[in-house]
Design a protein around this ligand. Structure first.
Ligand SMILES: Nc1ncnc2c1ncn2[C@@H]1O[C@H](COP(=O)(O)OP(=O)(O)OP(=O)(O)O)[C@@H](O)[C@H]1O
Length: 210
């Protein structure tokens, strides 16, 4: 199994304990994480990315238990093997499109995908040298996807990647994520409350308050 999470529980200070469904995915498989606002979707994504530590349970990517990795080791593993698409693109405004992607190679200490080719596949070939401040919302979202894919990670995590997009761009973004995940042999997990995404990815788990 490429990716597995089992018996994960987490409690934010002063909040109810969150109990998450188990997940297991092979390379090229996709999964939606659905749930109401406040149910714990973003918390689960942060746990799967190793940005939070679960109180119980284990998360394994490429046979490695995330909890067994510490500090810099975990940061480097995340940089190489986990691509995260945040809800808002969070691009570095001082850098152009291409430089934003080069940062991923730098932090992952990995050669990764050819940036020019990747931008071409995401329909951004003409934007390589553009300031990220001049991009439309859909373009900025695609750049943030390109950045998440730049190191050919084995796990792609996307938090509400379509919430601010129209129907056409939603379909484009979901297809891009699926195609790229299949191409690089990654597992894809998309957190969303956007019902439109369900039409494209039938496999789902639901996060519910305990
Ligand atoms: N840092 C924190 N400290 C305390 N409570 C938190 C923290 N982060 C999240 N929570 C609480 O944990 C619960 C789950 O939050 P989370 O952001 O994971 O939900 P979500 O399903 O992603 O919501 P949304 O769809 O609105 O983004 C909520 O009740 C939230 O208030």
């Amino acid at each position: 199994m490429l990716f597995e999470s089992k018996n994960i529980e987490y409690k934010h200070p002063g909040q109810q304990k969150l109990i998450f469904p188990d997940i297991s995915l092979e390379a090229g498989e996709s999964l939606l994480v659905l749930g109401k606002s406040g149910s714990g979707k973003t918390t689960l994504l942060n746990l799967l990315a190793g940005l939070l530590n679960p109180e119980t349970g284990e998360i394994k990517l490429l046979g490695k238990n995330l909890a067994s990795l510490k500090g810099q080791e975990l940061d480097l593993f995340r940089g190489k093997e986990i691509g995260i698409v945040f809800q808002k693109p969070h691009l570095l405004a001082a850098l152009n499109v291409q430089e934003n992607l080069q940062m991923a190679h730098f932090f992952g200490k990995k050669k990764g995908q050819n940036i020019k080719d990747l931008l071409g596949e995401l329909g951004l070939a003409t934007k390589a040298k553009s300031s990220v401040l001049t991009l439309s919302e859909g373009e900025a979202q695609r750049v943030s996807i390109a950045r998440a894919l730049a190191n050919s990670p084995k796990l792609i995590l996307a938090d509400e990647p379509t919430s601010s997009l129209d129907d056409e761009n939603t379909e484009k973004v979901i297809n891009l994520l699926k195609t790229q995940a299949a191409k690089i042999g990654a597992a894809l997990i998309i957190v969303t409350h956007d019902q439109r995404v369900k039409a494209h990815i039938p496999n789902f788990v639901e996060v519910k308050a305990a």
